[in-house]
Write a protein that binds this ligand. Structure first.
Ligand code: GLN
Length: 253
């Protein structure tokens, strides 16, 4: 376990699933954003890196994170991840925050059929199914999302063969403004239930979308300590990176 802000009175417990295997496109950068935004506000963070064969204790964490990966790496983690499925589903039911990116959202669904025709069973935290197509869906991705009453734009980069189709027990994270999204046809992107977010947005996601970072942190702190007000931060730099991404996606259209 690594900890930051040892003197903080309130500490978020983060479970980082398979950090060395599921870390494509610097998805680990999402952890840096979580750590800094907590530290700037005087909160602590305790990180458990949970890998192949490690135990995942029930109700030990406020925030769970699984980044993206290549099919080869997803293949390595899938069988292990389903041994942790009931803990992850229970945590989602209890209001813990969870973020799944790309390969992560695929394994948080019911299953993923790879380009090779292999079926990787998922945890079922999110009601969705994924099947690989024979082309990759790549490029800048911009979506509009309603985040608990706030109408926001979320930006990033996508690169996936998987086509994801949502079931009835999840909502999309947002609607595609520019790019492909879940499957290139229904204009939906990502998935949401309770305090769980799944998305195809790499970049990594959180540095250019501080509103998403703060939503996850609010949920995580609420899970541990009840309701929390997060002090606003100066996001000038983050928002200018966000604006550049929107402009670039517009030019690519
Ligand atoms: N391997 C998966 C796919 O191609 C996920 C890729 C990713 O995480 N970027 O769909």
């Amino acid at each position: 376990m690594t900890s930051t802000s040892a003197h903080a009175t309130q500490t978020v417990r983060l479970c980082h699933l398979y950090p060395s295997l599921m870390n494509i496109y610097a998805d680990r950068g999402n952890i840096s954003v979580i750590a800094r935004r907590l530290q700037w506000r005087g909160f602590g963070l305790a990180i458990d890196e949970v890998g192949l064969g490690d135990d995942l204790a029930p109700d030990a964490h406020d925030l769970y994170y699984l980044g993206g990966g290549q099919d080869r790496d997803q293949n390595l983690v899938a069988a292990d991840l389903i041994t942790k499925a009931s803990v992850l589903r229970g945590a989602a039911d209890n209001g813990a925050a969870q973020l799944y990116v790309c390969g992560g959202i695929q394994l948080a669904g019911h299953g993923y059929e790879t380009v090779d025709g292999q079926y990787l069973e998922g945890t079922g935290v999110l009601d969705l199914d994924t099947v690989a197509g024979d082309t990759r869906l790549t490029g800048d991705l911009v979506i509009r999302a309603d985040l608990d009453g706030d109408d926001v734009t979320i930006v990033g980069y996508e690169n996936h063969a998987g086509r994801t189709y949502l079931g009835t027990a999840v909502d999309p994270l947002g609607r595609v403004v520019s790019g492909h999204g879940n499957n290139g046809t229904d204009r939906l992107e990502g998935a949401r239930r309770d305090h769980v977010i799944g998305t195809y947005l790499h970049g990594p996601l959180l540095p250019r979308n501080p509103v998403v970072a703060d939503l996850l942190l609010t949920w995580a702190l609420e899970h541990r300590y009840g309701s929390t007000e997060l002090r606003p931060l100066d996001d000038t730099l983050e928002l200018s990176a966000h604006a550049v991404a929107i402009e670039r996606a517009g030019q690519a259209r």
